[in-house]
Design a protein around this ligand. Structure first.
Ligand SMILES: O=C([O-])CC(=O)C(=O)O
Ligand SMILES: [Mg+2]
Length: 573
């Protein structure tokens, strides 16, 4: 009797406790929370009835309220914080809201507002955003335990890792870099349908040399000099090893690593496991796709172009390498292709005499200083001299130097080429190498312009010129999801080339206007299906693809669409 009584008490206690736990879990778990959209039945089943106002709403009604709240906010950073709160409380509502207002909210959750949020991370911090690994815990066993908190082996499919040294064009941001990993994940879902619950954002805190952060009493990361060299290498090796042990099928995306580590890290891991560097490969591929569109408009060939690339870091070298691969495919030698590309860093054109300071990635592009000896009064060859000597057909900026494409330079370039291709790609907006409206003016409307951050159309002489956004966001979500779907052993060069071809050959109906260089953001999901199709076809041709991937074109197209995650509420039993 006594035992029965005790059991009964325990039973009641456990039931209540379970109910209590479930209700708070459901409301506090952004993945499952539906807020006011929990049905009457669910409310009563999970003990939520008195925890919610009585009216049951649809997702549509919630979307309207959220959008009204969003509209009432003053500046972009406030809007960013608001959307982060929605994400942290109700993931379905977040993705449904941003999907509906993508062109408006994309610059808020991503570039350029993201850069303000990263700079101010420790000030605006409210809620942890992913996985934080610091170099003071440089132990693979510890790391595996931490990763296991985020899921079982099959749970995580896609991981974005940053070490925060080269965030956008704003450099070392320490712990705040977690938000670039988070933002990249949001776009994976919005643009290409990755299940957000299969995604893990990681920041590696190896210290920061950013004085502002180090001196900020609110700073949330390690207050020590950034670690480089062997210790850094061992730390990264432990991280990658532990990731692969815990989540063997996860694809790894490296983001915003510093210029000295980005390429060596990619070279170390890309032959061994499925991984990708967005700044080198993503920016390279999307820029090449925009170049393909531009030369289609100028009715010329890639091999007939001469490129001046300003900014010789990860993105600059990545773009140069991608152009070279395509030129080689068109039939010239690697050396001939490299001769057509002029790389400049902060000091100017990178010349043979700079071999000592050049990174491995820059070395193939060194130019003979003697060619410029007569043109330049100093030892260095600046951008103006390079442009007036070389007469480039394309000028690409990934320098982080606002305004470096000056009126003189652009007018000089325009004298020698009818439709100059000019891409100021530095992010965020205030770091662009020139304003698209100025470029349009200085080229008399003839310039084929694309920017890294979104800008409104340029209005001139009664005409609207749409400026395409040439941001890696047009490519990495498709590359990433295609790599996950294929379960490829490694991401090959040919798969990347097929991504550029896939993007450049998307149906013109998905572009804003005839002279747009890249498709319109509103159509990004549709565009991404074309790109994924191209990549998966290549993976199939290489036998680098799981057995379950359909072999036949129509079945493959259908399957790609079916695998996308959509922001809809599920019913709970
Ligand atoms: O995040 C972006 O907008 C593009 C990018 O990778 C960068 O600028 O580093
Ligand atoms: Mg980046």
């Amino acid at each position: 009797m006594n035992a029965f009584y005790n059991d009964a008490i325990r039973f009641i206690y456990v039931t209540i406790k379970v109910k209590w736990t479930v209700s708070t879990d459901l409301l506090r778990n952004a993945r499952y929370n539906k807020g006011t959209a929990f049905t009457k039945d669910e409310r009563s089943k999970f003990g939520l009835t008195s925890r919610l106002p009585p009216v049951v709403e649809t997702l549509e009604q919630q979307l309207q309220r959220s959008y009204d709240q969003y509209k009432r906010l003053g500046d972009s950073l406030q809007k960013h914080v608001y959307l982060s709160d929605v994400f942290d409380t109700n993931q379905t509502l977040f993705y449904a809201l941003v999907t509906r207002h993508l062109p408006e909210m994309y610059p808020i959750i991503y570039t350029p507002t993201e850069s303000q949020a990263i700079k101010q991370y420790s000030k605006i911090y409210r809620y942890p955003n992913g996985c934080y690994l610091d170099i003071e815990h440089n132990d693979p066993e510890y790391m595996k335990e931490q990763f296991a908190e985020f899921g079982k082996p099959g749970d995580i499919q896609y991981i974005v890792i940053t070490d925060s040294e080269g965030i956008l064009g704003i450099g070392d941001q320490g712990i705040g870099g977690i938000l670039i990993s988070v933002a990249k994940g949001h776009l994976m879902t919005l643009c290409s349908g990755l299940d957000p619950n299969r995604f893990l954002p990681i920041v590696l805190d190896v210290g920061t040399n950013n004085k502002d952060h180090r001196e900020d009493p609110k700073y949330l990361g390690l207050r020590k000099d950034r670690v480089h060299g062997e210790e850094y290498g061992r730390f990264l090796e432990n991280v990658i090893h532990s990731v692969k042990e815990t989540f063997p099928n996860a694809f790894i995306h490296f983001e915003d690593f510093g210029r000295s580590d980005a390429k060596p890290v990619l070279d170390r891991y890309s032959p061994k496991l499925p991984c990708f560097n967005d700044d080198i490969q993503g920016t390279g591929v999307v820029t090449l796709a925009a170049i393909f569109s531009a030369i289609r408009l100028t009715k010329s060939k890639l091999n007939e172009q001469k490129f001046v690339i300003v900014g010789a870091g990860t993105a600059g070298v990545g773009i140069a390498d991608r152009i070279v691969s395509s030129m080689v495919k068109e039939g010239i030698t690697r050396e001939e292709a490299r001769d057509k590309i002029y790389l400049l860093d902060k000091q100017g054109l990178i010349l043979d005499k700079h071999a000592d300071r050049a990174t491995e990635g820059q070395k193939p592009y060194l130019k003979k200083g003697s060619v410029f000896a007569d043109q330049s009064s100093s030892d260095e060859v600046d951008l103006e001299t390079t442009v007036s000597t070389v007469h480039p057909t394309a000028l690409i900026g990934v320098s982080g130097q606002a305004g470096i494409f000056s009126e003189n330079i652009v007018r000089e370039m325009s004298k020698h080429t009818k439709q100059p291709i000019i891409f100021p790609l530095s992010n965020p907006t205030d770091l662009m190498e020139a304003k698209p409206s100025d470029l349009n003016e200085w080229t008399d409307g003839k310039g084929l312009i694309a920017s890294g951050s979104p800008v409104p159309p340029v209005k001139r002489n009664g005409k609207d010129y749409y400026i395409s956004q040439c941001n890696n966001a047009f490519i990495y979500p498709s590359v990433g999801v295609a790599a996950v779907l294929s379960e490829c052993k490694t991401l090959t060069e040919e798969m990347l080339s097929s991504a550029a071809d896939g993007l450049a050959s998307t149906p013109r109906s998905l572009f804003k206007s005839d002279d747009s260089l890249l498709p319109d953001l509103t159509n990004v999901r549709e565009v991404s299906r074309h790109v994924k199709f191209a990549i998966l076809k290549q993976a199939l041709a290489e036998n680098n693809c799981a057995d379950y991937v359909p072999r036949e074109d129509e079945a493959l197209k259908k399957w790609i669409k079916q695998t996308e995650w959509n922001a809809e509420y599920a019913e709970y039993e």
